[in-house]
Structures are given as structure tokens and as C-alpha cells.
Design a protein around this ligand. Sequence first.
Ligand code: ATP
Length: 439
Amino acid sequence: MNNSTVTLDKIVALCKRKGFVYQSSTIYGGLNGVYDFGHLGTLLKKNIRTAWLKSINATFDDILEFEGSLLGPHDVWQASGHVENFSDPMVDCLNCKHRFRADEMDLTKPCPNCGQTKWTEIRQFNLMFKTQIGAIANDDKSSIAYLRPETAQPIFINFKNFISTYRVKIPFGVSQMGKSFRNEITPKQFLFRTREFEQMEIEWFCKEETALQDFQTWCDSRRQFYSNLGLNMEKIRFREQDEDERAHYSKRCTDVEYEFPFGYKEIEGIAYRGNYDLTQHSKFSGKDLSVFDEETKQTYTPHVVECSVGIDRLLLTLLFDAYHEDVVEDEVRIVLKLHPQMAPIKAAFFPLVKKLNEPMLKIFKDIKRKGYEVEFDESASIGKRYRRQDEIGTPLCFTYDFDSETDNCVTVRNRDTTLQERIRIDAIEDYIKKTLNKE
Ligand code: ATP
């Protein structure tokens, strides 16, 4: 059993075939770098969010949840430095007009699209989506707004609200999951680099004295998170950024990287940001964002450790990691070996033949009403039904047969081992629970 055969094309095809992810607006030709999530993709994302929140709250006490606005005024993004600096270098081919990220190109070589070597000058392209607020369009800065390119800034500008409404004391954290938007020059590798994506971020406000230690605690906690997701930890590495890679205000920065078939790539950034963000917003807004330390009787501006991971990129990582092809009964089967807690569907229920639908439907509905994501499938051979569930990562399949009528048992089949055993109908829920809670 291995997943060395996994390619981006196979993952894209699987996502489309099984309804995890659809290219957005396809009936109108598609929107590049933007995706819609189908039933299974949505369930998988929900499981990722749940696991993330659990892990964040297991790290430290005093974590608040937050949902900031997607639109922010010009002033916010000017203070954060995004208006001036949030850009990538761009270059165009003068012949075919194709546009590329200049830092990903060797400009001494021909254009990969048309084969000519005629380039424009390199220009900086700001990645923020800019829009106008209100009915009167004018150049007045007060009517300019941006879709947020990261979730962090709405947290920083609400810092005083957290202190005054929840009476939290340093250290505390604010977690947020939500959409971010970046007008990427070249969206690519499917969900890896998109123009609309979702982030899960924690901003941990602390004193300067504990910041480096807290940074380490967060790094350890994030490692545990990836291990709990069931990822192959041999493919995960924590790479400390060099000084010249880091933003000038950042004192430490570690990228969590996964080994995709297209190389090691960042899935999460963990950064010690100093007190840059609160200081900038204090300066630009004119509002004091410092706090009073009861112990030392001094005011200070808290420091921040940030962990930021993209859900879409993590979903893609989980699919790459889980994708396996093996041979069962002389046939190649595709199986997603997702951790049971991540699997979108936890169990499937099959009547051996349609004549047995009724008793199996009753069992299925009973489990569904208890809040489990489950499926009922009555069509095609049992072998085919197993394959369908394997492909979407369902850990357990239960089959009701003629013996069930008298022995009150069903056959349960395990996704990974393909082994089957007979269990009592009234033990089904416990069996599912046990599977979900397995390490
Ligand atoms: P990259 O260098 O890959 O563009 P970044 O360093 O700009 O990433 P951050 O600003 O640190 O990314 O964002 C934190 C996380 O948000 C990333 O680790 C990634 O998981 C996710 N993310 C960032 N940009 C995108 C994107 N365009 N599409 C999908 N996810 C993204």
C-alpha cells in the first residue's frame, strides 16, 4: 500500500468526480482561481475547522473566538503596510501577453507559453482586491475599501474591544476562521493557490518576556495538530525562515511545510510579529492600544505570536496524504485513508438486496438522527458500493443480509484493512464511536 502514485491530476479528477470541489462558475466558462465546495468538500472543511479549534483551545486557556468583517477601509490596510507592500513582482510576455510572477521565472529563458524571449519590465502588482463603498464613486480615499487579504488585521483593530468587553488580561488569544482574498497573479496547483480562500488564524497577545517561549509552545502545539490529523509526519517539516526571508518586524518565523509531488510547500506560517501591528494601528488611528501592567505599574504594547493556516490548502494536503491506490480482488481501488475524524462520511449502510431496504433504512435513520454523517446505498453490488465509499474515505460500511433477520447482527467492513466482522445491530453506534476516537 502506498500513495507514491498520487498526482495533482488524480486529486483534481477525484474532487470533481465525487463532488468535493467544483471550479466556480463553470456554466459561464469558469472563474480562474476560485472554487466552490460540494457536499463532501464542505463536510471535510467543517471537520478541519473543528479539529483546529479543538487544538487551539488545548494549547492555552483564554482564547476568544472572533469573526471580523471581510471589507476594510483604506486606512486599515495602509497602517498594516498592505497598500504599500503587499505585492508580487509581475512580468508580461510582449509577444503572447501572458502574465507571470517574475520571482518564479528565469527571464533569460523563453516564455513557456509561446517560446519567445521578449519580456516587459518587472512591475509590482498589489494583490488586494480594491472596491468602492457607497453610490458615489470618486477618488476620495474615504470611499475606498479592500477585501481583506488576511484575517489578522480585523483582530488587531478590535484589540481594545476584547479587553473592554471580556475583561481578558494578557496573555490571551483571539482565533478566527474566515475568507481572505488575494488577486494572485498566477493561481495554480488547484486549491493550493487561489484568489479566494479561507484562513484559520490565532493571534496570541503576550508580554515580550514570554513571547519566544510562547512561540515555541505554539510550534509544538501545531506539530501535534498535524499529527492528530493523521498526516504522515515524515512529509511534514518545520522550516525556520532566514532573517532575509522574514518581514522586517518579524523576530522569528517558522513555515510548516508538506512534501507535495511538486515539492515542499508552506501550509502554515507561525510568526513572532513583535508589537508591530498594534504599534502601527496606534500610530495611524491615533488610539492608544497599549495596556497597563498591574504588576509593574507600567503601560506597554503587547507582543504577538501568530499561527496562520489556509483551510483550502490543508484540505488539499489531507487529500494528497490520504490518497492511495491498492489492489483488492484483482482490481485497482482508490482509497482515501483519511483519519476517521476527518472523513466526511463516517459510515455507509447497505441492504444486501433491495428486499432488505426497510430494516436497514431504519438502522441508518436511527444513526443519522444521532448526528452522524452517514450514507445509505442500495444500488449495485456490495463490492461496487465498498469502492464508492473507499474513494471518499468512509471508514466503515455496514451490510444487512438475510441472516440479520434472525441473528440481529450486521457485517461491518473496515476501509483500510478490508476485513469484515459480524457485530450486533445494537452495538453499531459504539463501534462507530470507537473508530472515530482511535488515535
Ligand atoms: P505563499 O508564500 O504560499 O503565497 P504566504 O506566505 O503569502 O504563502 P501567508 O500570508 O503566511 O501565506 O498566509 C498564511 C496561510 O494562508 C498560508 O500558509 C496558506 O496556507 C494560506 N494561503 C495564503 N495564500 C493563499 C492562497 N492564495 N490560496 C490558498 N491558501 C493561501
